[in-house]
Structures are given as structure tokens and as C-alpha cells.
Write a protein that binds this ligand. Structure first.
Ligand code: SF4
Length: 151
């Protein structure tokens, strides 16, 4: 899939609204290494971590979700600590899928796809331009991630 990215880059700034971490049921895949890092963060064995925070899905193991008034929140989405914000409680160890958002190939397929993402993510078209090189690197990582998720 070839990417549409303007030479000047694209404007994006996360507002920590949490919309990308909730919504309809979905998957947050992670690699073995990412699972190990998360387990270590909680002082759990990898098996304990998987039992407590993940589940099996058609797309491989995924972080669990919690049904809330906002939708199916990622189990690690924290709506309490910062008033009015929804922040990732495992930010430093968040999986690549989360790190590379919104620079996923499907969002960079066309100008229309990028503009359409604004309906789901209020950070699109906000803030400074993110350089094209940074976008390409993240899109490339996301594309190659599919071969390494924890299936
Ligand atoms: S939906 Fe966009 S603005 Fe909101 S938390 Fe996710 S990346 Fe940030």
C-alpha cells in the first residue's frame, strides 16, 4: 500500500481525549517483548500478566477491554488521574500499535482517509506539522508489526 503524505508533513497533536483507546470492541495486539515489559512493570510473571490483562482474539492475544459509558476502554486507559482527560497508564510500555497511532498505513492511504480520521481523532489537523520522515518511520514500523504480534 503506497502512502499519501505531503512533503511538508501532516499536522497532529494528541489532546489525550482517549477516543483512540475506546469505542467499539477492538484489538490491542502486543509482541512477546512488549508483554514481558508490561508484566515486569506490574511485577507479574508473563503468564500472570496474560491471565489478568489480556485475552485471546481472532487477531491473536490482545489487551483486555472494559465496557464503560464511553465504549470499550483499553484496560489501561485511566480516566481518573487527570480531570477531563483519558491517559494511558502504561504509557512508557505501551505497545507499538499505540505508539505508531495515527500513522497507520490505512490512515495514510489517501488525503481523504487522513481527513476522515478527524472524525475519530481530534488531534488530526491540530498543532504543528509532524515531519514526513517521522511519519514514514512510524508507518513503516506499524506495517512490519503485523509479523511479530503475539499470536
Ligand atoms: S483520539 Fe487522537 S487526540 Fe484523542 S487520545 Fe487518541 S491520538 Fe490523542
Amino acid at each position: 500500500m503506497s502512502a499519501w503524505i505531503p512533503e511538508e508533513g501532516l499536522r497532529f497533536e494528541c489532546t489525550a481525549c482517549g477516543a483512540c483507546c475506546t469505542g467499539p470492541p477492538g484489538y490491542v495486539s502486543y509482541t512477546k517483548q512488549e508483554g514481558a515489559a508490561l508484566a515486569e512493570r506490574f511485577g507479574l510473571s508473563e503468564t500472570e500478566f496474560e491471565e489478568r490483562y489480556t485475552h485471546e482474539t481472532p487477531a491473536g492475544r490482545s489487551l483486555k477491554e472494559v465496557e464503560t459509558e464511553h465504549g470499550f476502554d483499553c484496560v489501561f486507559l485511566d480516566r481518573e488521574t487527570v480531570p477531563g482527560k483519558a491517559v494511558c497508564s502504561v504509557y512508557e510500555e505501551r505497545p507499538l500499535q499505540c505508539r505508531t497511532f495515527p500513522w497507520w498505513p490505512e490512515h495514510l492511504r489517501s488525503e481523504r482517509a487522513w481527513n476522515g480520521l478527524e472524525r475519530e481523532c481530534e488531534g488530526v489537523h491540530r498543532g504543528d506539522f509532524v515531519p514526513i520522515e517521522e511519519i514514514r518511520i512510524n508507518a513503516g514500523k506499524q506495517k512490519s508489526r503485523d509479523g511479530s504480534v503475539n499470536r
